[in-house]
Each structure stands twice: as structure tokens, then as C-alpha cells.
Design a protein. Structure first.
Length: 684
């Protein structure tokens, strides 16, 4: 244990809180050994009078089912010379769980009458387990370390609404709270507990999870308890209807891995896989929202500092919106935040934490975001962490409001892998920066989410904002959206953000559900941001899109294979808009080179190279290249083949004689994007 100087305490599932905690395992007489609970170790460290040397708490392998969140306060702080470290015992994997083991199972046969539209599903007995389950309801469950899902309709894919409810009139965005929907009557079965079914509308950039109040099986009208901010139509002219699914339908409990909590009868049903047995299967249900809660007090200038976590796994939590608390951005009876599931906290939740570190930790099998460094969190580092199987997203930095007296910032998120998220709160993002500045986001891999990969800024106009001077570099962001939500970006930015730089990032395969799958999306007055040395390709919409805003510069990027709207897009132009696009390679295959409207504003397009792989004439804001140049744009740009090695496979290596080099394009190396070294618990 020489790598941990100073006093060391031990915690073990085989421990006892009556012991000293000074030994890593029980002694031969059973009179002393490690503590049994992390809370006891925390209290022992807090009570120690001599804090002049570092202290360490080492957790032996195993799962610690907490009775409440493990809470740290300013009294638990270390110092720069004597930090306090909570770490995994060498070679072992401790798990801190906010859940509970579910026992008392009995094996039985369950006959569910299949839904009316599942004609190919015979009404036959299914092997099932059942147990009494008292206490608050939960919506997520894990079996043998894997997430299991509630029964839903359709089992795969999504339905579409079929029209407007009676009396509905077209309205603008965020114009109301709509609680009635028209669907195909054939999908509305005679459900066992219709009040437990959730109508989950997948619309624009949100998912609206609305408990059902009533259904009319003749007309197809569905009334919900809570509402959505939009009527269920994408475009009034085309009457393209929104998509949805029905979650938690008992009659759809037909396949192994499904589960259903009958709240009226306090029974939990689970359909096991063939290889699962009662003797070898561990079922865990969540109990509370936080695993670790760091509670500093910025208002009193009382911070928790120099507290480090290494090699720990946090798991099995779930958050329910407190009664009476509105969703962000709305008043009244809405069902979702206005964007990014920002109300959802982290399994590791911190306020007023400074100079602290999480390294080689895992946040997995959680119902929320993995980590939130909120108000007053400064100069912290999250590195080499693995965040996956996330009910929401990965990491949140900052707050939604500038009214907070202590803005967070100067934090580093580096060498982490954030993936497989948005599994319950679909609109969550991989990494969210709200009112927070001077953060470094470097060498992360972010993939397989239902909405944006990284979101930076929280202001939809040019008002003062705390989000500025943020640097995103050497990140690998891919497989974003996955055809679910819309109006997203691999990197999504908002508001005036001077000093913010996106550089040396690899962004690809951004797929929207209906519209707006962009690689880099500078939305809603995003201003004064620099994009340079990025490779962005295979996006359903544009590789880079600008909306309003001024002072944005995109230079020396390689942008390829954009979608139907072009490689570069620009919307909502006005007299104050300004964009500089210089020294880039824009490689297309049938789509426009430049889309959008450039009638108003100030635009500087120069030294760009354009090429269409299919040899089609390129279009620039609806104009030919010659007409475009007559507007004073791209005067010294060319249309020429850059000679990329294998662009279809994502290899854009340039030959020495590429015409792009003659224009001043500077080749750059992205071979080191993503984490440097292994990530997660057990990797340090």
C-alpha cells in the first residue's frame, strides 16, 4: 500500500463497522478488520484530528448497497498537500449502488393476452418470475449487470400519430400544453392497467413521457395526464405526424428480458432468459437518485476541496421529478425539459466542489446522467472514466441560470468514454456545458446517443452568458442521434461564446429522426466561436450549420458527405449575421456545397476547395459557382478534386500534389483523437 502515503482506512463487504478499519481483512481472531460501510469510513476520516498528511480509503471488491446517498461535506475536505482519496483496493472492483437486491422470487407461468395488432404472437404460457415489491415505483431495472426494459408497443420501431385532436389549431413552437392525441385505434388494446401506460412522444428534440389518462378505442383519441409543448405534427403544410411508442404495457410482456411492476398489486414480474435461474440471477432495482452527493456551500464560501475518487463504480440510481417542480423552460403541466433533460441530476452530484478529481471510475447502469459538476464547482478533473448504460447522458458542467452567485468553470473532462446513453431520458446529451466557462473537453469518445453528443452554452440570444472560453479538442464523436430525435449536433452550441474553440475533433455519422442531424450546429445566436482542424463527415443534414450569430469562423476543416441541405448550412440570416469560411475542403456527393440564405449579413468565403464526387454541378445557396462568385464570395476558391485516399471509408488523407495545399490548406493528424489509455474502473 506504499502508493497511498499517510493514514489508510479499509472497507469490505466482509467488514464490521465496530472494527477500526485499519486492516484490509478480518484478523485471525475476528476482533478487528475493515469497516463494512463507506459511510463509517467517511465519518472516521472526518473525525480524525490530524489532517496534516494525506488520507486514503480503500474499498475492497464487491457491491455496497447504500442505505442513502454517500454524502460529503466541506468537513470532508483535504488540502493541496494532504488530499483525501477514495480508491479501489488494488486489483479489485468495488461498486457503490443506490439500488436494492430484489428477492423472494417464485417461478410461474404467465399468460398475457397479446395486443390486438400482434396477430403472430400466440396466447401461450411464458416462463416468468414474480415477487412482492413494496415501496415507491421504479422505471428501470438491471439483471446480472445488464439493463432490462419494460414491455412496449411497438416492440421495435415507432408508431405515428394519425391527425390532430378535435378543435386543435396550428400554433407556433412552445405554444401550449397538449394532452390529447389521435392514433390508429387498432393499437389501443384492453390493457390491464391503462393508467400505468406511458405515451412517449418522440418530437423535435424532445421525448414527452406522458402517463395515459383515458383512451377511446373507437375514435383513437388518447388523453394524457401531462402534456407536450407541441401539437403532434412536424409541418402544418404537409401534415407529417409525430412518432411515439407506448411504454409499460403489461400485455406486451411477451419476450425474455421484459419486466413489469404492477403498482396496484405490488408485484414485480420478470421473464427470464433460458439460461437464467433463480439461484444464479441477481436483480437490482433503484432506490434513490444519487450515489455520491458532494454538498459544498458556495453561498457561504464553504467548499469541499481536494477530495479524489479513483477506480470506483457508481450504479443503480433513478430520479423522479419532485412533485410541484416544473420542468426547465416550462410552466404548468408539461412532461419534459425544454432541452437536453437538464433537470435530471448525476449519479455523482456535486455543488461547491473544487480542486478534486475522478479518475478511472465507471458510471454505469444508472437512470440519470453519470456526473454533474454544478454550481460553484471549479478546477476539477474527470479523467479516464467510462460512462455507459445511462438513463440520461454522461457529464453535466454548470447550471442553467446566470442568477447563480457562483458560476462553475475551469474544469477538465479528458480521456473519457461516454456511450450508450439516453436510454430512458432520450433527449439527454453526452456532455453538457451550461453556464460554465474555461473548461477543457479533450480526448473523449462520445457515441451512441439519441440526441446531441456535446452541448455548449445555454442562451438563445446575445445576453451575457457564463459559457465562454471553452475548448473542445481531440474528441471522437460518432453515431449520434441514431434516427431518434431531431435538430441536433455532434457538437451543439448556443449563445455568445467568445474564446470558445472546436479543434482537432473527428465527428461523423450523425443521424436525425426527422430533420437537423448536423456535425457542428451553431444554433440560436451562437457567436464568436472558432472551428478549426476538424474532420466532419456523413451527417444527415449539414456538416456545419450557422443560425443567426456573428463572428463565427470555420477554417482549415475537412467537411465531407453532408446530407440533403448541403455541407455548409445557414439559416435565419439577418443584417448582423457574419460568418467566415476560409481554407476548408468541402467534399460532396450529390448534395449542395453551401445551403441556406445569404441575402443579409456579412460573409467572408475564401480559399475553399469544393468537389462533388459524382461530378454534378455544385450549388451555393441556390446559385451556380459563377453566380455565387458574382456575389463577392469565394473569389479565390476553386472546384477541384482534393485527391482524398478513400473518402467513402472516412480516409481523407491528401496526396502531396493535392490542389488544396496550393490554397493554403494545412494537413493535420487526428490519429490521437479519443481517450489516451484505458478507461473505467480497473484500468488505472
Amino acid at each position: 500500500m506504499s502508493q497511498y502515503p499517510g493514514a489508510t482506512y479499509y472497507v469490505s463487504p466482509q467488514g464490521d463497522d465496530r472494527w477500526s478499519g485499519a486492516l484490509p481483512e478480518p484478523n485471525a481472531t475476528g476482533s478487528d478488520g475493515p469497516f463494512a460501510t463507506p459511510a463509517k469510513a467517511r465519518d472516521a476520516v472526518r473525525a480524525r484530528e490530524d489532517r496534516s498528511a494525506p488520507m486514503t480509503v480503500l474499498l475492497r471488491g464487491g457491491t455496497y448497497f447504500l442505505e442513502e446517498p454517500l454524502r460529503f461535506e466541506p468537513a470532508d475536505s483535504g488540502t493541496a498537500d494532504a488530499p483525501i482519496t477514495w480508491a479501489a483496493y488494488p486489483g479489485e472492483l468495488p461498486v457503490l449502488s443506490a439500488g436494492q437486491r430484489v428477492g423472494g422470487w417464485e417461478e410461474t407461468e404467465l399468460i398475457c393476452k397479446p395486443p390486438d395488432n400482434w396477430e403472430d404472437e400466440p396466447e401461450i404460457p411464458r416462463r416468468a418470475w414474480v415477487t412482492q415489491m413494496e415501496g415507491p415505483a421504479f422505471r428501470q431495472l438491471w439483471v446480472n449487470g445488464g439493463r432490462r426494459y419494460r414491455p412496449r408497443l411497438p416492440h421495435r420501431g415507432l408508431y405515428k400519430t394519425t391527425g390532430l385532436p378535435p378543435g386543435a389549431k396550428p400554433r407556433g413552437e412552445f405554444s401550449g400544453c397538449f394532452t390529447q392525441y389521435r392514433v390508429d385505434p387498432e393499437i389501443l388494446g384492453e390493457w390491464r392497467h391503462p393508467g400505468q401506460v406511458e405515451f412517449v412522444m418522440v418530437m423535435r428534440w424532445l421525448e414527452c413521457r406522458m402517463p395515459i389518462q383515458a383512451v377511446d378505442r373507437e375514435t383513437g383519441l388518447v388523453d394524457t395526464v401531462t402534456g407536450a409543448p407541441f401539437l403532434p405534427a412536424k409541418h402544418w403544410e404537409s401534415r407529417e405526424w409525430e412518432r411515439f411508442y407506448l411504454d409499460n404495457v403489461f400485455e406486451a410482456l411477451l419476450e425474455p428480458g421484459g419486466w413489469y411492476l404492477d403498482q396496484q398489486e405490488s408485484k414485480l414480474y420478470y421473464l427470464p432468459y433460458p439460461e437464467e435461474t433463480l439461484e444464479t440471477t441477481e436483480v437490482v432495482a433503484p432506490r434513490f437518485p444519487y450515489v455520491i452527493l458532494v454538498a459544498g456551500d458556495p453561498d457561504a464560501d464553504n467548499y469541499l476541496e481536494y477530495l479524489h475518487f479513483q477506480g470506483l463504480t457508481l450504479a443503480h440510481n433513478e430520479w423522479h421529478k419532485p412533485e410541484g417542480q416544473p420542468w426547465w423552460g416550462f410552466k404548468g403541466n408539461q412532461s419534459v425539459d425544454g432541452q437536453a433533460a437538464v433537470s435530471v441530476p448525476g449519479a455523482f452530484e456535486a455543488v461547491g466542489m473544487r480542486h478534486s478529481r475522478l479518475s478511472h471510475c465507471t458510471m454505469a447502469h444508472v437512470g440519470t446522467y453519470g456526473i454533474q459538476l454544478g454550481r460553484g464547482c471549479k478546477e476539477n478533473e474527470v479523467s479516464h472514466c467510462d460512462l455507459f448504460d445511462l438513463g440520461a447522458g454522461g457529464v453535466k458542467l454548470g447550471t442553467v441560470s446566470m442568477e447563480d452567485t457562483e458560476i462553475s468553470g475551469h474544469n477538465t473532462i479528458a480521456d473519457c468514454h461516454i456511450h450508450d446513453g439516453g436510454l430512458f431520458h432520450h433527449s439527454a446529451v453526452g456532455l453538457w456545458i451550461g453556464q460554465s466557462g474555461h473548461n477543457l473537453i479533450a480526448h473523449n469518445e462520445i457515441n451512441h446517443l439519441h440526441y446531441s453528443g456535446v452541448s455548449v452554452g445555454w442562451c438563445w440570444n446575445l445576453d451575457p452568458t457564463g459559457s465562454h472560453d471553452n475548448v473542445l479538442e481531440y474528441n471522437h464523436i460518432h453515431d449520434i442521434g441514431q434516427g431518434w430525435l431531431s435538430d441536433m449536433g455532434g457538437v451543439y452550441t448556443l449563445g455568445d461564446s467568445p474564446g470558445t474553440v472546436l479543434r482537432y475533433n473527428l465527428i461523423h455519422h450523425v443521424r436525425h429522426g426527422e430533420f437537423g442531424g448536423r456535425g457542428i450546429y451553431h444554433d440560436a445566436w451562437c457567436s464568436n466561436v472558432l472551428d478549426e482542424y476538424n474532420v466532419v463527415y456523413r451527417c444527415d443534414s449539414e456538416c456545419i450549420n450557422f443560425q443567426h450569430g456573428h463572428g463565427n469562423v470555420a477554417r482549415n476543416n475537412l467537411l465531407a458527405l453532408g446530407g440533403e441541405l448541403g455541407v455548409i448550412g445557414h439559416a435565419c440570416p439577418d443584417e448582423d449575421a457574419s460568418v467566415t469560411l476560409e481554407g476548408n475542403i468541402l467534399y460532396t456527393q450529390g448534395c449542395p456545397a453551401v445551403g441556406g440564405n445569404y441575402e443579409h449579413g456579412e460573409y467572408h468565403f475564401r480559399r475553399n476547395l469544393y468537389w462533388d464526387a459524382d461530378g454534378r454541378p455544385l450549388r451555393f445557396g441556390g446559385l451556380s459557382f459563377e453566380e455565387w462568385q458574382k456575389q463577392g464570395l469565394d473569389q479565390d476558391s476553386v472546384i477541384a478534386d482534393p485527391g482524398s485516399a478513400h473518402p467513402g471509408a472516412g480516409d481523407f488523407t491528401l496526396p502531396d500534389d493535392s490542389p488544396a495545399l496550393a490554397l493554403g490548406f494545412k494537413p493535420f493528424d487526428l490519429s490521437t483523437v479519443g481517450p489516451r489509455g484505458k478507461v473505467g474502473a480497473g484500468s488505472g
